[in-house]
Design a protein around this ligand. Structure first.
Ligand SMILES: Cc1ncc(COP(=O)(O)O)c(C=O)c1O
Length: 391
C-alpha cells in the first residue's frame, strides 16, 4: 500500500478524467474538452523560428537558463502590461510553464492547511483541484450573468477571512461569462480594503468575438493586491507551455523560489518561440484568424440551441473564449443527459463538476473550438434529441 500524503485525501479528479477517456473513441463528437483547435496553431511560423533559433543560438537555448525567464520575453510582457495601462518592472514578472503553474505557485506560496480561498461559483476545475491539494477550504462566491456578485463577495470575505480570491474575469471557464465592467474596480477595492489578494486568471481575454474589451483587474490595482496570470496557450499553443505571472515584487520573488524546485525554468526554446513570434508582429493577425474560426463555430452552436433545443434551456451570455454554458430546466440531471448522449456518440461536461460546493446538476458546458461546423450540426442535433427526451 502506498502511504500517500494526507493532502490527496478526497482528490480524485476522476469525474472529468472518465469523460476524457471517452474521447479516444473516434466516433464521439466531443464538446467536452477545452482545447484550442489544431488548425489554429501557427505551425509553419513556429517551425521557422525554431530552426533558425536552434541553429544560431542553440548553445544557450539548449542550456539551463534563468528561473525567472528569458529576459527579452519578460520585457515583452512588461510591454503588454503597459498596453493595458499597467506599469510594471522586471521584479514584477515571472515566466511560467503555462498559467496552471501560477495556480500551483499561488497555492504553494499562500495556502496553509484550512485557509479559505474564494472561488467563483462555478470555476475552473484545475484550480479547484490545485487549491484542494494544498488543503484549502474553498468558499464559493455567487455569480450572475455579469460575474461575481459584489455583495456576496463582501459578505463572504467578512465571514471567512480568505487568503485570496480566484477569478477568471473574461469568458470564464466554464460559464463563458465576463465580469461586468462596473464591477471590476469595486471588486479590487473591496479585496484591497480587507487585505485579500486577487488571483486574476485570464487565458481567454484576447479571444473576444463581440462587445468592448474591458480593463483588467490588475489595471485597478494600487497596492499589489492583484496577481495576474497570462497564458499563450489559447492564442499560440498550449503544448509549448508558456505563461506569465505579474504581481507585487515580493510575491513574484516567492514564485521564483517555488519554480526553482518545480521545473528550474520554462523550456528556453518555448520562450524563444513565443518571444520571436511576438517580435515578428504576427500575433495580432493570428489572433484575428483564431477569432474568425471560433466565432463562426460559437454563432452556429448558439443558433442551433436557439432553434432546436427545448424552451426552458438557457445559455449564459458569452462574448468570447471557448465555452457555452447551458442551464436545463430544474429537475433535469445533466449527468443522465450525458450518459444517453454518449450512447449517441456526443460528449460534453456536466456542470456540477465545476462547482466547489457541488450541486447545480442541471448545468452543462459545451466547447465549440475543437469541433468542425459539420460535427457541430450533427452533435447538436443529437443533443437536442437527448434533452427533449429527458424533459
Ligand atoms: C481558467 C483557466 N486557467 C488556466 C488554464 C490553464 O492554462 P495553461 O495552458 O496556461 O496552463 C486553463 C486551461 O484550460 C483555464 O481554462
Amino acid at each position: 500500500m502506498n502511504q500517500f500524503a494526507e493532502r490527496f485525501e478526497g482528490i480524485t479528479g476522476s469525474a472529468i478524467r472518465e469523460i476524457f477517456k471517452l474521447l479516444a473513441d473516434p466516433e464521439i463528437i466531443s464538446f467536452a474538452g477545452g482545447n484550442p483547435s489544431p488548425e489554429c496553431f501557427p505551425k509553419e511560423a513556429l517551425a521557422d523560428i525554431a530552426k533558425q533559433a536552434l541553429l544560431e543560438n542553440g548553445d544557450w537555448i539548449l542550456q539551463y537558463g534563468p528561473t525567472k525567464g528569458y529576459a527579452p520575453l519578460i520585457d515583452e510582457i512588461i510591454g503588454m502590461m503597459a498596453a493595458e495601462g499597467v506599469t510594471v518592472n522586471v521584479p514584477n514578472v515571472i515566466i511560467l510553464s503555462g498559467s496552471s503553474q501560477g495556480l500551483e505557485m499561488m497555492a504553494k506560496t499562500f495556502i496553509n492547511k484550512g485557509d479559505v480561498i474564494m472561488v467563483e461559483s462555478p470555476t475552473f476545475l484545475g484550480a479547484i483541484q490545485t487549491f484542494k491539494t494544498y488543503e484549502a477550504e474553498l468558499v464559493p462566491v455567487k455569480t450572475d450573468d455579469g460575474g461575481i456578485l459584489l455583495e456576496d463577495l463582501e459578505k463572504q470575505i467578512k465571514t471567512h477571512k480568505p487568503k485570496f480570491l480566484y477569478v477568471i474575469p473574461n469568458f470564464q471557464n466554464p460559464s463563458g461569462v465576463t465580469l461586468a465592467g462596473d464591477r471590476r474596480q469595486k471588486l479590487v477595492q473591496i479585496c484591497a480594503e480587507h487585505g485579500v489578494l486577487v488571483l486574476e486568471d485570464d487565458p481567454y481575454g484576447a479571444l473576444r468575438y463581440s462587445g468592448q474589451a474591458l480593463p483588467s483587474l490588475k489595471s485597478y490595482d494600487t497596492n499589489d493586491t492583484v496577481i495576474r496570470l497570462m497564458s499563450f496557450s489559447k492564442i499560440i499553443s498550449p503544448g509549448i507551455r508558456v505563461g506569465a505571472a505579474v504581481g507585487g515584487a515580493e510575491a513574484i520573488a516567492k514564485f521564483e523560489l517555488c519554480k526553482q524546485g518545480m521545473d528550474v525554468h520554462t523550456p528556453i526554446l518555448s520562450q524563444v518561440l513565443v518571444y520571436e513570434f511576438l517580435k515578428s508582429g504576427q500575433l495580432p493577425a493570428h489572433i484575428e484568424k483564431i477569432k474568425a474560426n471560433y466565432k463562426a463555430k460559437k454563432d452556429l452552436m448558439l443558433k442551433l440551441i436557439n432553434e432546436t433545443f427545448p424552451k426552458g434551456v438557457t445559455v449564459a451570455p458569452c462574448e468570447g473564449g471557448l465555452f457555452l454554458w447551458l442551464t436545463l430546466p430544474a429537475g433535469i440531471d445533466a449527468l443522465d443527459v450525458f450518459k444517453t448522449a454518449v450512447e449517441r456518440k456526443v460528449a460534453f461536461v456536466p456542470g456540477t463538476h465545476f462547482f466547489a460546493e457541488g450541486g447545480h446538476e442541471n448545468t452543462m458546458r459545451l466547447n465549440f473550438s475543437m469541433v468542425s461546423e459539420d460535427k457541430i450540426r450533427k452533435g447538436m442535433a443529437a443533443l437536442a434529441g437527448v434533452i427533449k427526451e429527458a424533459l
